[in-house]
Design a protein around this ligand. Structure first.
Ligand code: EPZ
Length: 429
């Protein structure tokens, strides 16, 4: 397995172009199953996760072409016919977002058999809200042998659905199913993440009638069929925030382009509070950090527009060398502090009680061997390594490749000393 080696101490100076959002691209790819017409997704990130889902879509009958178009990387998806409507365990297990094919399969064919995704390192992550939404839309759901068997032979019908708490995946899944339902669906207490607005824009481009996406009430008026077309994936706000935090950790001045500063307002506010300069630009932001220590600040992760859970590990890395104590509360996932013992290997002083971590800033981190445990945790170790003395080696970087495109190249272009060490496929590290 590959490793990433970082020699800390180099400032970052330069420009980093941000890719399309992984967490949007995955749902847009699933949306392409709703039509027998071709869908072209531009500004596509090239990631392990999009490849996993691509394989599943091909198994379901999609023709998939990845190419470089006039606007950069794009994926053409065309599913003239659904073959089988079965998403097997081996393909769903590799990536939870594969579960989101369930709604489109029921909507298009009236039945589906999709493996339950199971838990993951950041928590149990049930799918009960997804299933309740599909049932409210008229699907009959049976669970056995680790699979969801869904039936809606006479099609789905619109419903009023109130989510008991905010779920990005359940909101998106309900939208994906309701666009072809008969009548009107109203989703209350919906998630407001920008990726939900992006999904609505893509569905509307395909002929759907989705209103209110990005607010807590989303209204979907079902249509009989959807067509194809072209849609540009929105910028990855988590990649944007990650590189903003990398620049804040390493020092220097980095311009982030092809993105939007307003998607990361909560992070920008915290960076400014800590002593980092953040300047919004027309296509992103400039992050500047001068000499001297940053100030410790507290964060609570909350649904959008609050501080993103997907940036919590990276922010914690930044706080490891800030002056004072930072209290970091994780309120979205119950087990998202797997990076803490790894940051401790670099010399960080962090204690965890339940969903709260206290980070007492140290003067300096020291390079060490560390282990990536999940996608965002992995990149927090890279960020810490940028400022650690000596060499940090991050093992198991396949986690990183799931969600960060050309990370070494993007950081390296700004002066970071980061290299990938290729490993053998079977090596257990
Ligand atoms: C999405 O996951 C993202 N993944 C996550 O990013 C992100 O951390 C999360 O939203 C929150 O922003 C994708 O978009 C592919 P949720 P999702 O449903 O949709 C509980 C990354 O690193 N819950 O909003 O699965 C759940 O366990 C990933 O890119 C239920 O209990 O998140 C969690 O505690 C990690 N039952 C909370 O709700 C359900 O049916 C919020 O989860 C659904 C969710």
């Amino acid at each position: 397995m590959d490793r990433i080696a970082i020699i800390g101490g180099a400032e970052l100076n330069g420009t980093i172009p941000i890719s399309g959002a992984k967490n949007s691209a995955l749902k847009l790819m699933a949306a392409s199953l709703l039509t027998d017409q071709p869908v072209r997704l531009t500004n596509m990130p090239r990631l392990a996760d999009t490849k996993f889902l691509g394989r599943l879509l091909q198994r379901l009958g999609a023709e998939l072409i990845e190419q470089d178009g006039a606007d950069g990387p794009e994926t053409l998806l065309h599913t003239p016919e659904i073959l089988g409507a079965i998403a097997p365990y081996d393909l769903v297990r590799q990536m939870r977002a594969s579960f989101n094919v369930l709604g489109p399969l029921i909507a298009r064919t009236g039945h589906a058999k999709v493996s339950l995704p199971g838990g993951c390192t950041i928590g149990a992550r049930p799918v009960d809200l997804h299933l309740k939404a599909l049932e409210a839309l008229g699907a009959t759901i049976d669970l056995h042998d680790g699979y969801v068997f869904a039936q809606a032979p006479r099609g789905l019908r619109g419903a009023e659905i109130t989510f008991p708490f905010v779920s990005v995946g359940a909101t998106e899944h309900a939208m994906l199913a309701a666009v072809l339902a008969e009548g009107v669906t109203v989703l209350h207490n919906s998630a407001c993440e920008p990726e939900i607005g992006d999904l609505a824009d893509c569905l509307n481009m395909m002929g759907a009638k989705v209103e209110g996406a990005g607010t807590s009430i989303v209204t979907i008026t079902g249509v009989a069929r959807l067509g194809g077309g072209s849609h540009a994936v929105i910028a990855d706000r988590i990649e944007t925030g990650t590189y903003a935090l990398a620049a804040a950790m390493a020092g220097g001045e980095v311009r982030l382009t092809n993105t939007r500063s307003d998607f990361n307002q909560a992070l920008s506010d915290k960076l400014i509070e800590a002593g980092v300069s953040v300047t919004p630009t027309a296509d992103g932001m400039i992050i500047r950090r001068g000499p001297g220590r940053l100030k410790a600040v507290n964060i609570d992760t909350t649904p959008y527009p609050g501080f993103a859970t997907d940036l919590q590990a990276q922010f914690m890395a930044l706080m490891t060398t800030a002056e004072g104590e930072s209290v970091i509360r994780e309120t979205i996932f119950e087990n998202r502090f797997m990076h803490v013992p790894e940051l401790a290997r670099l010399g960080a002083d962090i204690s965890v009680h339940g969903g709260e971590a206290r980070v007492r800033g140290v003067e300096r981190l020291n390079g060490a061997q560390v282990m990536a445990t999940d996608l965002r945790a992995s990149v927090s170790l890279v960020i810490a390594g940028l400022a650690a003395k000596g060499e940090t080696v991050v093992n198991r970087v396949y986690h990183l490749d799931r969600g960060f495109e050309r990370l070494e190249e993007k950081l390296g272009a700004c002066g970071a000393n980061v290299r990938r060490i290729k490993g053998s496929g079977s090596e257990e590290d």
